[in-house]
Write a protein that binds this ligand. Structure first.
Ligand code: PGA
Length: 232
């Protein structure tokens, strides 16, 4: 894992945009995308560039169960609002949070992913070390699946809803193995709330208790952070 530290968020996001532009320039056409507060400034910056994704395909990491695609807190809505309205892709896929049969939906999404193979994957990180919605304890060989969200994850995301009771309890997420198949991974850990978990990831062994620790076994991972953390 390569880590780059920045004194300002401005520089960090400029670097993230440059990495994506370079990936595209080098032939990446299939992008794994993420949501959350960390990604908003990145997508805002991308929208101001002339990068063209109209020959590219995107797959989102995850989606809440039970929200309509036009619900303001669904990730389908988030992606449209922050990126796709300005930068449309040839095709964009997210899990269908309203699927009647969750097992079938997870299998459908995983099969689509495997047909395309990700050239580039963007990741945020949860305060509990999750990537996508793969909570601590998720098997490193997991594929796309339905998860019950940890209470701490629901609390962290409650800021986007009018109350915690509205935060869904379940979600679909790409599995850890699905993420690890991407050729190149860019993880962004931004802000003080991510310090403790980033230090744990950098100091820890490869353990399913810290999902992001799996990245130490990936050949092409870049971490961008605005935190002055020590690398072991
Ligand atoms: P955040 O979420 O960008 O809103 O902090 C990241 C995550 O939980 O993966």
């Amino acid at each position: 894992m390569k880590i780059e530290r920045f004194d300002s968020k401005e520089e960090l996001y400029a670097r993230a945009v440059a990495i994506m532009v370079e990936a595209k320039h080098n032939g990446a056409t299939t992008f794994g995308l993420a949501t959350g507060g960390t990604m908003e400034p990145l997508y805002a910056k991308i929208c101001k560039t002339d990068i063209d994704f109209s020959n590219c395909i995107s797959f989102n990491l995850d989606e809440y169960v039970g929200l309509q695609a036009n619900h303001e807190q669904s990730y389908a809505y988030y992606m449209h609002k922050h990126l796709f309205h300005e930068k449309p892709f040839l095709a964009s896929y997210l899990p269908n949070g309203l699927a009647a049969d969750p097992l079938e939906e997870a299998a459908r999404y995983e099969a689509l992913l495997q047909q395309h193979s990700l050239d580039f994957q963007l990741l945020g990180i949860g305060q509990n070390g999750h990537i996508g919605f793969n909570e601590p304890g998720t098997a490193f060989d997991s594929l796309t699946h339905l998860v019950t969200l940890e209470e701490s994850t629901r609390q962290a995301n409650a800021r986007f809803f009018s109350s915690i009771d509205e935060v869904p309890t379940q979600a679909f997420t790409m599995g850890i193995q699905s993420i690890m198949r991407a050729k190149c991974i860019l993880l962004m850990a931004v802000g003080e709330t991510k310090r403790e978990v980033l230090e744990r990831v950098l100091a820890s062994d490869y353990t399913e208790n810290i999902p992001a620790s799996v990245l130490s076994k990936h050949p092409n991972v870049m971490i961008l952070t605005d935190l002055q953390v020590e690398e072991n």
